[in-house]
Design a binder for this molecule. Structure first.
Ligand code: GAR
Length: 210
């Protein structure tokens, strides 16, 4: 493990992925600590999960301002928490390049498909409508293009004949709840390296003894 890593998690809804981080990697004062959870909306269950875990919370909504203003306020708040990593765990609002430029190569996003298939909203319903045999989960670097940054971890999930959105979502969530903590552990161990000569390529540096 390299030095301790402070993590800020951005959420918008139920926060089951936040919960998986709280349960598996979050250790107050330890090697990985979630220091702040920011929600785009008031009153979402994700905020309750953070409060129950004793983690500081904030809400940064649009509230009558434009995206640039919202993102400046958000970036100031996030920067004040000195994060080594910012995790978008169900954050359902587009971030401007200005926000992302404040945390270069330190913002990662979670998406419920094997990107580049089915970016944007309703990825699971899109996969079902298409009839694909496999969809999956992607953890990737966030870039200004929605769901467009290079993948860090991906894992396929088989679509079963007769699946509805609820059944497929449940199996995708199980994979997400493993992949997001794994990505955070890899960052904390300094094992995620973006190739400086081809920034679409991401190397997972083998751990000791691998
Ligand atoms: C997750 O399935 C995540 O992949 C998806 O929102 C859900 C949040 O669940 N994110 C996106 O679709 C982003 N494009 P959670 O609030 O229970 O963690």
């Amino acid at each position: 493990m390299a030095e301790p890593m402070r993590v800020v998690v951005l959420v918008s809804g139920s926060g089951s992925n936040l919960q998986s981080l709280i349960d598996t990697v979050h250790e107050p004062g330890g090697d990985i600590e979630i220091v702040l959870v920011v929600s785009s909306h008031e009153g979402v269950p994700a905020l309750d999960r953070a409060v129950r875990a004793g983690i500081a919370t904030a809400v940064v909504g649009m509230s009558g301002r434009d995206r640039d203003e919202r993102d400046r306020a958000l970036a100031d708040l996030v920067e004040a928490a000195s994060p080594g990593l910012v995790v978008l765990a169900g954050w359902m609002s587009i971030l401007t390049g200005e926000f992302l430029d404040r945390f270069p190569d330190r913002v990662i996003n979670l998406h419920p498909s094997l990107l580049p298939s089915f970016p944007g909203l309703h990825a699971i319903e899109q996969a079902l409508a298409w009839g694909v045999r496999y969809t999956g989960v992607t953890v990737h670097y966030a870039e200004e293009v929605v769901d467009g940054g290079p993948p860090i971890l991906q894992e396929p999930v088989a679509v079963m004949y007769g699946d509805d959105a609820e059944a497929l979502t449940a199996r995708i969530r199980e994979v997400e709840h493993r992949l997001v903590p794994e990505a955070v552990r890899l960052f904390a161990a300094g094992r995620v390296r973006r190739d400086p000569s081809d920034r679409r390529k991401v190397e997972i540096v083998p751990g000791e003894g691998e």
